[in-house]
Design a protein around this ligand. Structure first.
Ligand SMILES: Cc1cc2nc3c(=O)[nH]c(=O)nc-3n(C[C@H](O)[C@H](O)[C@H](O)COP(=O)(O)O)c2cc1C
Length: 206
């Protein structure tokens, strides 16, 4: 029980990971955002066209790898031949080599929510592969989005203002979604306060 404790995931935050499963008997991996619910459950939403989803539904077993490097997301999408797999320790599923932490899961629930399916997995095993907790860095989009937003805010007078404000609103939306209650959410709200002005609404529907 409480197998996720060593990963120190914030509840409700979405972390970018590589989900791996057998698809037609072959190891397969794709980048997917996951969040912890308690210390024994990971949840994710996967588009219903995804091969990864098919593999999870067919086998009922999968792994979640927390990459050491963002280029692993690129490899999973565009050069999958560069990924190295090994067999998971406690479930029959592949693990991507080179992650800072790996979680092995058994499918608990798959709820259709078109065009996605909400997947819930029960943690069978969780392993941290780095010795120092300082190296256990899990990817969350909010930090990068705050940096981008700060840069954009300094360009407000020089670029098309409406375009910049729309991008900032979108960044604020995503930060709230992926890291609720974080320092990045607080600083993003502060940034929006500093630049003032109207919230840009979506264009009127015809
Ligand atoms: C960082 C990152 C996070 C992603 N998160 C998700 C996600 O949560 N759900 C999803 O369905 N697709 C997500 N995607 C897109 C899938 O990885 C992409 O559609 C992939 O091609 C699916 O591959 P598959 O058909 O081989 O499973 C994400 C992509 C990236 C780069």
């Amino acid at each position: 029980m409480h197998r996720l404790r060593a990963l120190a995931m914030q509840q409700g935050w979405i972390y970018e990971t590589i989900v791996s499963t057998y698809c037609g008997g072959e190891p397969h991996a794709a980048p997917i955002g996951v969040r912890a619910e308690g210390l024994d459950t990971l949840r994710m939403e996967i588009f219903d066209s995804s091969q990864t989803l098919t593999g999870i539904l067919d086998t009922g077993l999968f792994t979640v790898g927390f990459p050491s490097d963002v280029t692993m997301f690129h490899a999973a999408l565009f050069t999958p031949g560069l990924l190295v797999f090994e067999e998971a320790r406690s479930v029959s599923a592949p693990v991507v080599v080179g992650c800072v932490a790996t979680v092995e899961l058994a499918l608990r629930e798959a709820i259709p929510a078109p065009p996605r399916v909400r997947i819930s997995g029960e943690v069978v095993r969780a392993e941290v592969q780095v010795e120092s907790p300082a190296n256990l860095r899990l990817f969350n989009r909010a930090e990068g989005l705050l940096v981008e937003s700060l840069i954009l805010a300094t360009r407000l007078q020089y670029l098309d203002e409406e375009t910049v404000r729309r991008s900032l609103e979108e960044n604020r939306r995503v930060i709230r979604k992926v890291a609720p209650g974080s320092i990045w959410e607080t600083k993003m709200a502060d940034l929006m306060g500093h630049i003032g002005g109207a919230v840009i609404a979506p264009p009127p529907q015809p």
